[in-house]
Design a protein around this ligand. Structure first.
Ligand code: DC
Length: 226
């Protein structure tokens, strides 16, 4: 078995709608590396807590839920991305909603919930390498990562991207409402005491406002393969 630290990691952190999910999946596919969508873990715990009827501010109950929830990532049958299974149920579609995002953001501010998910995340670090997408990948979970990127985009542009994604899925949303939700979630994620959303000091900052996806992918790939 190789030393864990010899496995290369590329961390891609940033606020919601910065393009992290899309860019991380494309970069991981190009490199042939594994992918960790850490936001899906927080969404899964928020979802499981909701299904169990828990009060999301009940720290002990939500922590137990984080410790006990079974989360599995499985390739979709038609290789159309990854499906997320929560406690034996394919919850992929429910996890993508803004409600699931808000629940994830709420439970993610509980330090013991974050702690409960650490080992699971470290377990994704396997050869030939890992692309880790989240808020604290470069700062807390993989501080020794060889490659670190922090993606940003203006709140207006991020709301527009989310709007397009959700409309394509047939969900009923408004642009103004989305921008307000995104700004509220950003400020909660950035101001929490534990593992707040912030760029690692050694991360390359990329503002994706107005950039094409392929240009962002090229810029991120150049960090790994200069
Ligand atoms: O990336 P996302 O939108 O799926 O993340 C949903 C929420 O989960 C986000 O608002 C904050 C939380 N999160 C976190 O606290 N730490 C991470 N590494 C990833 C997500």
């Amino acid at each position: 078995m190789p030393e864990v630290s010899s496995v290369p990691v590329l961390t891609i952190d940033g606020p919601s709608g910065s393009g992290k999910g899309t860019i991380s999946a494309l970069v991981a596919a190009k490199l042939g590396w594994r992918l960790l969508d850490s936001g899906a873990l927080y969404r899964a715990v928020g979802y499981a807590a909701g299904m169990a009827g828990l009060d999301l501010s009940d720290v002990d109950a939500v922590t137990r839920c984080a410790e006990q929830t079974k989360i599995r990532f499985r390739a979709a049958p038609d290789s159309a991305g990854t499906r997320v299974w929560v406690n034996g149920h394919d919850a992929t579609d429910e996890l993508r909603t803004e409600t699931a995002g808000a629940a994830a953001s709420a439970i993610a501010s509980i330090p013991t919930v974050r702690q409960a998910l650490v080992q699971l995340q470290l377990g994704f670090r396997k050869l030939p390498g890992l692309v880790a997408d989240g808020r604290d990948m470069g700062t807390v979970i993989f501080p020794d990562a060889r490659f670190k990127v922090f993606l940003t985009a203006s709140a207006a542009e991020r709301a527009k991207r989310r709007y397009k994604q959700l409309k394509e899925k047939g969900l009923s949303v408004t642009l103004g409402g989305l921008q307000r939700e995104i700004e509220a979630r950003d400020s909660r994620d950035a101001s929490r005491a534990v593992a707040p959303l912030k760029a690692a000091e050694d991360a390359l900052l990329v503002d994706t406002t107005g950039m094409r996806i392929e240009d962002v992918v090229a810029k991120v790939l150049a960090v790994v393969q200069p």
